[in-house]
Design a protein around this ligand. Structure first.
Ligand code: HEC
Length: 153
């Protein structure tokens, strides 16, 4: 239950507007660096998951589940890095299109949240193995790529 709440918060957190007072502390360029750091932490999680389902490293159900939880925890912080002053900030690879098509961008975030929620649930069940992991991990990865293809330089 707690896990579920967490992921819904992660998906909904994209473009949260209630954190304005706290994000005022960040210069736009620093907000972008913060955002990119979060994405890198996310990339590290999916790298390990990907290696497991491809058989490059030993499959470990518990470790994969933990990686999925890590993704949920860090992605929940993304929303506060998307404050308006970061629009067009130096070093950002976010396409301006995202700001003009916020519904579309948010939908990509929600697809990711849904795929991740499924992964968290499935990976926490007994009997979770490589064959079960493959399609759900692929879905998460696909949700990353589909947002990048459309909204990232
Ligand atoms: C809703 C859209 C969206 C989703 C979903 C998404 N990303 Fe991204 N990602 C972006 C955007 C936009 C940037 C560029 C941010 C910037 O430079 O301001 C980015 C940047 C990155 C970067 C580069 C960070 C850097 O150092 O510049 C990595 C790595 C990354 N994402 C990994 C992932 C992974 C892994 C997932 C899925 C688990 C994912 N992303 C899901 C939109 C998304």
């Amino acid at each position: 239950m707690l896990k579920k709440t967490l992921i819904i918060a992660a998906a909904a957190g994209l473009f949260a507007t209630t954190v304005a007072a706290q994000t005022n502390l960040f210069k736009p360029e620093d907000g972008v660096k913060y955002r990119q750091s979060i994405y890198r932490v996310m990339g590290a999680q999916t790298k390990v998951m990907g290696a497991m389902v491809k058989g490059e490293i030993d499959f470990d159900a518990e470790a994969l589940h933990q990686r999925a939880l890590n993704l949920g925890n860090v992605s929940g912080l993304l929303g506060e890095t998307y404050f308006p002053e970061t629009r067009g900030a130096r070093g950002s690879n976010l396409l301006p299109k995202a700001w003009n098509d916020m519904d579309g961008f948010r939908a990509k975030g929600q697809n990711f949240g849904t795929a991740l929620q499924e992964l968290i649930e499935v990976s926490g069940q007994p009997g979770f193995d490589s064959a079960k992991a493959r399609p759900v991990v692929a879905k998460v990865m696909q949700s990353c790529k589909s947002c990048h293809d459309e909204y990232r330089k």
